[in-house]
Design a protein around this ligand. Structure first.
Ligand SMILES: Cc1cc2nc3c(=O)[nH]c(=O)nc-3n(C[C@H](O)[C@H](O)[C@H](O)COP(=O)(O)OP(=O)(O)OC[C@H]3O[C@@H](n4cnc5c(N)ncnc54)[C@H](O)[C@@H]3O)c2cc1C
Length: 405
């Protein structure tokens, strides 16, 4: 059967670009990235002040790939001359890779869904096809295309989790904020214009902002608002600012801990753990954020830092779902119920292993490429160098140990 493409990659972020590069290295040419906005779109939508928490450093020549590199032989630290790139800088790095390696991308094309099977152009004698459905039909904003394989790389950032409790619609999700400085400046005017009573403004239990969620995004929101002069209360159902182990997917990174320490010293930041928010209401222009037993008040819309529901919701019926909210994938990161549909990026999880950082999920691009190349009967010899440079992680037993110190 003829398909428009051998492989359609949905999204041209860190995952899509990294994956397209591996396929190119293998000589698989009938590939396209379909990107609804522009290359690196999620990074371009990060708040202006946000920086990579994982540091970049050019160790490539000594066999240590830059933690934030998405391909072999590139380094964001080298290209951008910074250790903690901003979203805009990282998008520049991705665009440079696309240009340098002539990676195929169509921007401004939104993938609307994925349908298993391709309607054959010609049918069998009686006008119907008896063959097993193969490949995928991909309806897009620019018409439908077909592909033998789909690699889903549409990420999480553009699909925030918003409906978490009654009144969540009164909050602003951190992923929709374009600048913390602008929000802080705006909020000053808003507070004054609102005419909140002097007593409320002077009440120490009333803060400028309540942030709901105290993981990386929540603490990033809080330290930035504190930096621009605001008082902030962070509420979290756990105590994520207390280190619990050496996996940065489960504990705050050193970069964030350092900034948190500085913010706490100002006296304008309060961290409240073991508090599950039940509701938010707005009354007399103040926002009340309540747990079962206590209420916190803020002068501005509370910030939701409650994570992401993720792009896989668009194609949820093509996966078996686990109780923990992740999709079931086989050892090649392929849907267990839709063969030929692969997932890459931060939505990949195998047991306790969370692939939410670039240095983690990039190691699975070669695993997916290997599976596709075998079925297309393309040589996988070029993948050996990926294995040499810790970019081909097919044995997951290696990554479970905690650091000793
Ligand atoms: C706030 C935040 C901070 C982070 N900081 C770090 C960090 O410091 N270090 C690190 O390693 N990781 C970090 N991460 C993890 C981060 O998710 C990944 O590093 C990275 O963004 C994931 O890349 P991706 O390509 O999978 O997704 P994205 O970067 O989100 O790219 C997905 C692409 O798909 C496109 N797209 C989406 N839907 C469609 C559609 N329907 N049709 C067509 N195109 C579509 C989007 O426009 C986008 O360009 C952070 C994540 C968040 C949320």
């Amino acid at each position: 059967m003829k398909f428009d493409y051998d492989v359609v990659i949905v999204g041209a972020g860190a995952s899509g670009v990294g994956m397209a590069h591996v396929l190119k290295t293998l000589g698989i040419e009938r590939v396209v990235m379909l990107e609804r906005y522009e290359v690196g779109a999620s990074f371009l939508r990060w708040p202006k002040e946000m920086r990579f928490i994982s540091p970049s450093f050019t160790g490539n020549a000594f066999g240590l790939l830059d933690l934030n590199a998405v391909t072999l032989e590139t380094s964001p630290a080298y290209t951008l001359e910074t250790e903690h790139p901003s979203g805009r800088q990282f998008a520049d790095y991705l665009r440079l890779i696309v240009k340098e390696y002539k990676l195929p991308v169509k921007c401004g094309v939104e993938v609307l869904s994925i349908q298993p099977g391709v309607q054959p152009a010609t049918s069998s004698v009686n006008g119907t096809s008896e063959a097993e459905p193969e490949g995928f039909t991909i309806p897009t904003s620019d018409g439908a295309v077909s592909a033998r394989f789909v690699v889903w790389a549409a990420g999480e950032f553009q699909y925030p989790r918003k409906s978490v409790f009654p009144g969540a619609d009164l909050c602003i999700h951190n992923a929709t904020i374009r600048s913390w400085r602008a929000l802080a400046m705006e909020s000053l005017g808003v507070t004054l214009d609102r005419g909140t009573s002097n007593e409320a403004a002077a009440d120490p239990h009333v803060s400028d902002f309540v942030v709901i969620g105290g993981n990386e995004s929540g603490i990033d929101s809080a330290v930035n608002l504190v930096r621009f002069g605001k008082t902030v209360t962070v509420l979290d159902r756990g105590v994520p600012w207390q280190p619990v182990g050496s996996d940065p997917s489960k504990t705050l990174t050193p970069y964030t801990l350092k900034r948190l320490e500085r913010a706490l010293k100002t006296g304008r930041l309060e961290l409240v753990g073991k508090t599950r928010v039940k509701s938010v209401v707005c009354d007399k222009l103040l926002f009340s954020v309540s747990s079962k037993s206590k209420t916190w008040v803020s002068k501005n819309s509370p910030i939701l830092a409650t994570g992401f529901s993720g792009s896989l919701q668009l194609i949820d019926s093509l996966f078996a779902w686990k109780k923990n909210g992740y999709v079931e994938l086989n050892d090649r990161d392929e849907s267990t119920i839709s063969p030929g549909l692969f997932v890459i990026g931060p939505m990949v999880r195998h047991e306790a292993m969370i692939f939410c950082f670039i240095y983690k999920f990039r190691q699975r691009f070669a695993v997916v490429a290997n599976a596709i190349a075998e079925q297309l009967e393309v040589s996988i010899e070029a993948l050996e160098k990926y294995r040499d440079k810790q970019m081909f992680l097919d044995d997951l037993s290696c990554c479970e140990e905690e650091c000793a110190c």
